[in-house]
Design a protein around this ligand. Structure first.
Ligand code: CA
Length: 229
């Protein structure tokens, strides 16, 4: 099925350039020049991915991203932020808001399409295939089982969800509240230190297989799953 991309960008020339590239790549493009138009577009048809400009008139892209993440209908739609800012601070704000990826302006159309495909693959992988392999670990999503090589690993249900989320979102840092949203579900009230408890359990589970170092603590920020030390 053709993927539908919603482009939220107030600069007409950029919006049309992106729309053209998206159409040429075989996807459908919806346009919105501001948050109001984006809200209307989503009410009409829920897109598979949103390209969201940071600097918009009225509500900023980042505030809108937060809003999208809070609402049931839109919380799982992947968001790629278009930003002129490359500052580390802004990236952290974006991650806090639950943005999936960034493209810094000026960008090449090729780079943008590559990011779109990569984010779509990641989210599709989660929903439709359910199998993921990384760093010598393998999750069989249909069977709900984890393997290190040929050895099955007994993983508790929360640790399983945590590991699944990590392995489908590698190399990025998640704050505790983001992990709560993603793994426990935003509506459930759980204290942030619960995350630490389950991280510890997950590491303990992986330790006999020498895979515990894949779950990394990023001081002052949160946790990351990475094959890089
Ligand atoms: Ca703009």
């Amino acid at each position: 099925m053709q993927k539908r991309i919603l482009i939220v960008e107030d600069e007409t020339a950029i919006r049309e350039l992106i729309a053209m590239a998206v159409s040429r790549a075989g996807m459908l493009a919806d346009h919105a020049a501001d948050v109001r138009a984006a809200t209307a577009a989503i009410a009409e048809r829920v897109p598979d991915l949103i390209l969201l400009d940071w600097m918009l008139p009225g509500t900023s892209g980042i505030d809108y991203a937060r809003r999208l993440r809070r609402e049931e209908l839109t919380r799982d739609i992947p968001i790629i932020m278009l930003t002129a800012r490359g500052e580390e601070d802004d990236r952290v704000h974006g991650l806090d808001a639950g943005v999936d990826d960034y493209v810094v302006k000026p960008f090449s159309v090729r780079e943008l399409l590559a990011r779109i495909r990569s984010v779509l693959r990641r989210t599709l992988g989660e929903m439709e295939v359910g199998n993921v392999e990384l760093g010598g670990l393998r999750i069989d999503g249909a069977a709900h089982r984890v393997f290190s090589g040929d050895q099955a690993i007994a993983v508790g249900p929360t640790e399983y969800r945590l590991l699944y989320f990590f392995m489908t979102h590698p190399d990025r840092v998640y704050a505790r509240n983001q992990l709560l949203d993603q793994v426990w579900g935003g509506s459930v009230y759980v204290e942030e230190r619960t995350v630490d408890v389950h991280i510890r359990r997950l590491r303990k589970t992986l330790e006999p297989f020498a895979k515990d170092a894949l779950v990394q603590t990023v001081r002052g920020t949160g946790y990351r799953f990475s094959v890089l030390v």
